[in-house]
Design a protein. Structure first.
Length: 621
């Protein structure tokens, strides 16, 4: 949860400044900005906007909940807003912006008020009480943002509540999409003490509110939904949609945006947004129910993400109420059913039984939890040990499958079938998944739950706990799902699944989490045949870390061909052979085809930044 160092400043853009004036007394209350109303006043081809940075009280949760004094953008004399006022214009518009610094003791550096695309970050440096004016053409269509920093660089704090969306529409656009901005404020509780999760307080918000106090999006079956997401924070946010695929139409950042050609637009259920990135996505629900769109970094969606988190082990972590066991960067979605809608009937479902067990501790994690797939009609004996990850579930496209989950733990759990297009009630979010009052409960000790899986496509997916994630997930409650085409057979000689997870909760450096792949940090060599295509299915289901998978022979990168992401086949333009190296955010899967050209030894590695976690030898004969 440590803040990253801010990017170094670039030379200041031309601006005019005025003498300092006295700061305004008192602290107004921040208004959460839902980004539905563009700011400023448009006259012909010019948008005039007056922005002010002032101190205000921010209530990111309940209106009468915990609050913090922060610097926030306001439009003129209006209430300060988080995120900052939405700047949204058509291409060809000229922006005439005045920015005033109403802070009493801090210089601000404002960025993002510049024509797009831009080659470098601009800077307006404004002293306390001063102001600056800039005038510039908006530039190319896309999703961007503007932001400000206070005072001098401080690597121990995050102040990313000082940011707002800047959207440029095409000249012919009729905007009917939504804009969502993530904002984060954070600082240590005790600067003199070591920086740990317990010694860090933060607020994580979408359009100014943390879950469960944020907006609940509603839609209808068949709607076409367009979203623009902005990440002006210093953290990665792999954004995950439950139950559906979305189409990635554009990716950008503070300076430029790239709209993909129709043939290059891929599908995803999880898309990573790096620091300072933006994206435009579209999706259309074909099933009603309650769903989620959330960051898949475990620390960003659990009770610890609250401004004043509950103590470790509190009831919120195990609660069957999703407003208690989740918090932070979570956007709830309700899709309304059309009149007369009924759940499609299952025909001859395949039936499996999956037990949730605890065994003897055998790794770094304080506990050893795992999934056991029943073999035959008799339940497996109570486990002295469990395998991590859980068994690879080999299923078949188009074959309805009922999985009965039987909980033999001493605590409640829930299972999310990540990436599968299935009925909402089976999705696995306790206290939320379902339709109306028919809501899935947590699976209590000694109880069971039947998940009805509809398997719309072949590919690589995953299943994992969706309750008390920090403990249950890092203790082993996760596994891979391989969905095959009807009539195909899973051949472990040519089809290889690599599931990366955490062995224990880890923490901040130097107590870095221990990442294992297939539950073992010291795997045996994997023998393959030269000249024979090998399918490598890569899965990342830790709490955090964007992992890099690479395959090399000696120091020379191997060549592989990308096949799929999140279980969806890639467009041809993104499926060309290339160097065997890819980054996987939490909640993503990727499939590659690797054909060893000749006998020899290759090494598959998993790293994150300077940390090398795991490697395995692939010996081609």
């Amino acid at each position: 949860m440590v803040a990253c160092a801010p990017t170094a400043q670039t030379p200041a853009a031309p601006a005019t400044t005025t003498p300092a004036i006295a700061a305004e007394p008192g602290l107004p209350r921040v208004r959460a900005n839902d980004n539905r109303r563009p700011a400023g006043r448009l006259a012909r081809d010019t948008l005039r906007i007056s922005l002010v940075v002032r101190m205000a009280d921010w209530y990111p949760e309940a209106d009468d909940g915990p609050h913090i004094a922060v610097a926030a953008f306001a439009e003129g004399d209006a209430a300060p807003e988080i995120p900052g006022p939405l700047i949204r214009v058509r291409t060809g518009t000229v922006i005439d912006a005045t920015v005033r610094n109403a802070l009493a003791d801090s210089t601000i550096t404002v960025r993002g008020l510049v024509t797009r695309p831009a080659s470098a970050r601009d800077s307006l440096v404004i002293p306390p009480g001063g102001s600056a004016r800039v005038r510039f053409p908006a530039g190319a269509p896309g999703t961007y943002f503007y932001s400000a920093t206070e005072g001098v660089e401080d690597t121990l704090v995050e102040r990313e509540q000082l940011a707002g969306a800047f959207v440029v529409d095409s000249s012919s656009a009729r905007p009917d999409d939504r804009v969502f901005v993530m904002n984060i404020w954070g600082e240590p509780l005790d600067r003199a003490a070591p920086l740990t999760d317990a010694n860090y307080r933060n607020a994580l918000a979408i359009n100014g509110h943390s879950f469960p106090y944020d907006e609940r999006v509603t839609a209808a079956v068949g709607d076409t939904i367009g979203w623009r997401w902005v990440n002006p924070t210093q953290r990665n946010h792999p954004m995950h949609l439950h139950g559906f695929f979305f189409r990635v139409d554009a990716k950008g950042d503070e300076l430029r945006d790239t709209t993909y050609a129709p043939e290059a637009r891929r599908l995803a259920v999880t898309e990573n947004m790096g620091p300072g990135q933006t994206m435009s996505i579209a999706w259309s629900p074909d099933r009603p129910g309650d769903w989620l769109f959330h960051c898949h970094i475990g620390f960003h969606v659990v009770p610890d993400a609250r401004l004043d988190p509950p103590p470790p082990g509190a009831h919120q972590y195990h609660s069957g109420d999703f407003t208690q066991h989740m918090a932070g960067l979570v956007l709830p979605i309700t899709v309304r059913a059309p009149q007369g809608w009924r759940e499609p009937a299952e025909v001859n479902p395949r039936r499996l039984r999956l037990y949730v067990d605890e065994g003897a501790r055998h790794g770094r994690a304080p506990r050893a939890l795992g999934y056991v797939l029943a073999d035959g009609s008799a339940p497996p004996p109570p486990a002295d040990s469990v395998d991590v990850p859980g068994p690879v579930l080999v299923l078949y496209r188009g074959q309805p499958t009922d999985i009965t989950v039987l909980n033999r733990l001493r605590e409640a759990t829930a299972v999310h079938w990540h990436g599968l297009e299935l009925p909402s009630y089976s999705d696995g979010v306790a206290g939320w998944s379902g339709i109306g009052t028919h809501v899935a409960p947590a699976i209590q000790p000694g109880d069971s739950f039947v998940a009805h899986l509809t398997l719309a496509r072949a590919g690589t997916f995953m299943y994992h706990t969706h309750l008390n994630d920090q403990e249950q997930l890092t203790s082993g409650l996760y596994g891979a799902i391989v969905v095959l085409e009807p009539g195909r057979r899973f051949d472990p000689a040519t089809d290889h699944v690599f599931v990366a997870g955490w062995d224990g909760p880890g923490g901040l450096p130097p107590h870095i989490a221990h990442v294992v792949v297939n539950g073992d940090s010291l795997p045996l060599p994997l023998e393959v045949r030269a000249g024979v295509p090998q399918r490598l299915r890569l899965v990342n289901i830790g709490l955090a870390y964007r992992l890099t998978f690479s395959l090399a022979r000696d120091s020379t990168p191997a060549t592989w061909r990308p096949l799929a992401k999140d279980g969806a086949d890639l467009p041809p333009a993104q499926s060309e052979p290339g160097p065997a190296r890819t980054a996987l955010a939490v909640g993503e899967t990727r499939d590659f085809e690797f054909v060893p050209p000749s006998p020899g030894e290759y090494v598959l590695r998993v790293t994150a930044g300077p940390y090398r976690f795991w490697s395995e030898r692939l010996v081609a004969r």
